[in-house]
Design a protein around this ligand. Structure first.
Ligand code: PBG
Length: 376
């Protein structure tokens, strides 16, 4: 049977019909919020290339974590920016360093309801900005770096990280961290492996976010954009080394990699919608060239559709707020109906550090099912 009996448009006629047949949905519990905490700040500092995203103070980090919890997000991924750096990245190992101390504070504050994850990498902590130790020849020394990662993983687990996320793309990093965690009695701490992480221009704004000291590039350790089969090798190796979850990064320009990974992975697959992906949407939206909410939602749906179990995105809190609104009955809005609002729709208002918008859940009231607020 084909046309005229077959008419796929029948299932697209109304918002309610489209909603019923949607194959992919977003839920706050699919979203992980990456956050930056910078040592020595007294006020949050806006990141100019990522409008709406800030470097947090230790205090504002906790507010953001509470907001993430109240919105029912899956988790929070912490990046720390120290005041002093050295060639070894010592501040990343120090139990009192900015990252470890923030892990502890966030875990104490929201750790029962939100998965607290930490970036396990040296680049924020080294004065040369590389993800590992640099040898005399100026190359990143894989095996020497592994020893540091092992120690760093244990320090983060000791600080209370629920998940450690090695992002340095050193060969063997997952196995070494797993062994170190186990030997230190942290058998229960999972590893989210940045398995297929590409050397990407889309990380540009992140450099500002973490005040990166990097001069060159990371092409000797992060993957090369032309390669697809190699990503499967990276994923398989990480799985064999004991990765509990694997990640593909960046997301939007690498949906083929994400789809391939989802097809072979027997563990959850994360995708990271990185700083440059965020910045491009913001820039176009600020010019009135695209509808911000429509494109943000579509970009995340596309990442989920390609196979991501969950998505790390700087939009996590805001999108969870939208989902809450939609559930609470403001359906019929442009985004829920899928109506095309003209690109001339006003750009979002001037950017300020995001205020906690979530109504806070009273401490004695358990969270509903997966974090959605009760629909009243
Ligand atoms: C490395 C790390 C980077 C990002 C996350 N972890 C930078 C890099 O690899 O160059 C980038 C994230 C983003 O761009 O949003 N610690």
């Amino acid at each position: 049977m084909s046309f005229p009996e077959q008419r796929p448009r029948r299932l697209r006629r109304s918002p309610a019909m489209r909603r019923m047949v949607a194959e992919t949905r977003l839920h706050p519990a699919d979203l992980i919020l990456p956050v930056f905490v910078r040592e020595g700040l007294t006020e949050p500092v806006p990141i100019s290339s990522m409008p709406g995203v800030v470097q947090h103070t230790e205090a504002s980090l906790l507010t953001a974590a509470e907001e993430a919890r109240d919105l029912g997000l899956a988790g929070i991924m912490l990046f720390g920016i120290p005041t002093t750096r050295d060639a070894q990245g010592s501040a990343g190992l120090d139990p009192q360093g900015i990252l470890n101390r923030s892990i502890r504070a966030v875990k104490d504050r929201v750790g029962e309801d939100l998965v607290v994850m930490s970036d396990l990498c040296l680049d924020e902590f080294t004065d040369h900005g590389h993800c590992g130790l640099v040898d005399e020849a100026g190359e990143v020394d894989n095996d020497a770096t592994l020893e540091v990662y092992a120690e760093m993983g244990v320090a983060q687990a000791e600080a209370g990280a629920d998940v450690v996320a090695p992002s340095g793309m050193m060969d063997g990093q997952v196995a070494v961290i797993r062994q170190a965690l186990d030997e230190a009695g942290h058998q229960h701490v999972p590893i989210l492996a940045y398995a297929a992480k590409y050397a990407s221009g889309f990380y540009g704004p992140f450099r500002e976010a973490v005040d990166s000291q990097l001069k060159g590039d990371r092409k000797q350790y992060q993957m090369d954009a032309p390669n697809r089969t190699e990503a499967l090798r990276e994923v398989e190796l990480d799985l064999a080394e004991g990765a509990d979850m694997v990640m593909v990064k960046p997301a939007s320009a690498y949906l083929d990699i994400l789809s391939d990974t989802a097809a072979i992975s027997d563990v959850p697959v994360s995708a990271y919608q990185v700083s440059g992906e965020y910045a491009m949407i913001e820039a176009a939206a600020a010019n009135g060239w695209i509808n911000r909410r429509t494109v943000v939602t579509e970009s995340l749906i596309a990442i989920r559709r390609a196979g991501a179990t969950n998505v790390l995105t700087y939009y996590a809190a805001e999108v969870a707020g939208w989902l809450r609104e939609e559930l609470a009955g403001s359906r019929g809005s442009a985004s829920a109906s899928g109506a095309q609002t003209p690109p001339s729709a006003p750009a979002h208002p001037p950017i300020e550090p995001r205020r906690p918008t979530a109504s806070t859940r009273p401490a004695d009231q358990p969270r509903t099912d997966a974090g959605f607020p009760p629909v009243s």
